[in-house]
Design a protein. Structure first.
Length: 317
């Protein structure tokens, strides 16, 4: 039993080592270099931070299809705040606050109106994207230069002491905080309980509605934080950015070992899942594969991850 649990935990990490080794063998001159590894970490940061919030949502038994729209809305709000004279920190805080408000709205629809998370977040996917386009008048919003624009920059020679770019460090710190939150706090334990069996959790005295509300506020807040890094990468507010990114985020969490049935998920696994997708995309580019081949490969990885999840649950039953 201990061996099975160990293999279950190390499964995503083993997959990451395998794909990294494979592309390192196929493209030894360009793939396993320090600069390319740093680039892959930068490419993972946005999806990785959004995946932290999605991990919380999926553990609770829910789903959130509005992540990409929240990211786009966050970039627009940040640009608007900065053009209004706000400091970069206040602008970033404003973007995250808007994300939390979106999460509260999603949570209210799910808990008060008893609507399915899939339907609510699908509706919000369109509504929030429309809000981003409306606020920006369907245009890219230019913003003043600030330190926000350099969170995802490749390190210069004078910055090598940092080891990793600031945006990647932000992802690492947030991952540690979320991991501690899920493991050591009462709300974290309640999230696992609700995802495992909602009726049993209710009978145990857990406020399922408050837990779900907290889950979606946290999930959208992390999406908005990912929007801060997306703004750093784009340096503008773009209402059309992150289209389809919610699928990458969900895929990263599922590849990392979380169960779509709820009650199961790991922060480290989600980050590893995000890294696997980045490594596959980067390695495919180095192999000069067309985009459609990369998309097929990514789809196959997702299917394999879901099949393995179903197999684990059948063995458990």
């Amino acid at each position: 039993m201990k061996m099975k649990n160990a293999l279950k935990k190390l499964g995503p990490l083993t997959g990451l080592v395998f794909v990294f080794t494979l592309f390192s063998i196929l493209r030894p001159e360009t793939f396993p270099t320090a600069n390319n590894i740093q680039l892959m970490l930068l490419q993972t940061a946005v999806v990785g931070i959004a995946a932290l919030g999605m991990t919380i949502v999926i553990i609770s038994g829910g789903i959130d299809l509005s992540v990409g729209s929240v990211i786009a809305l966050s970039t627009v709000v940040i640009a608007l705040f900065m053009n209004a004279g706000a400091s970069p920190f206040v602008a970033a805080l404003g973007g995250v606050a808007v994300g939390a408000l979106c999460g509260a709205l999603i949570g209210a629809f799910i808990t008060r109106l008893r609507l399915a998370p899939f339907i609510v977040t699908l509706a919000m996917w369109g509504a929030l994207r429309g809000a981003a386009k409306g606020l920006s008048d369907e245009q890219v919003i230019l913003a003043p230069d600030s330190w926000l624009n350099r969170l995802l920059n490749v390190l210069t020679e004078s910055q090598q002491w940092m080891l990793l770019p600031p945006g990647v460090w932000l992802m690492v710190v947030l991952a540690l905080l979320v991991g501690g939150f899920l493991r050591y706090t009462q709300l974290g334990r309640h999230i696992f309980a609700v995802g495992s069996n909602e009726q049993t959790a209710r009978l145990c005295g857990i406020s399922v509605e408050k837990t779900k509300m907290s889950v979606y506020i946290l999930g959208s807040s992390f999406a908005a934080l990912a929007g801060v890094l997306q703004f750093s990468y784009l340096t503008v507010g773009d209402p059309t950015t992150a289209t389809g990114l919610e699928l990458d985020v969900i895929a990263a969490v599922v590849i990392g070992g979380a169960s779509l049935a709820g009650g199961e998920g790991k922060v480290l696994g989600s980050l590893v899942g995000a890294l696997i997708m980045t490594v596959v995309a980067n390695g495919s580019t180095k192999m000069e594969m067309p985009n459609w081949v990369q998309e097929i490969v990514t789809g196959c990885i997702i299917i394999v991850a879901v099949v393995l999840d179903r197999y684990r649950h059948r063995r458990t039953e």
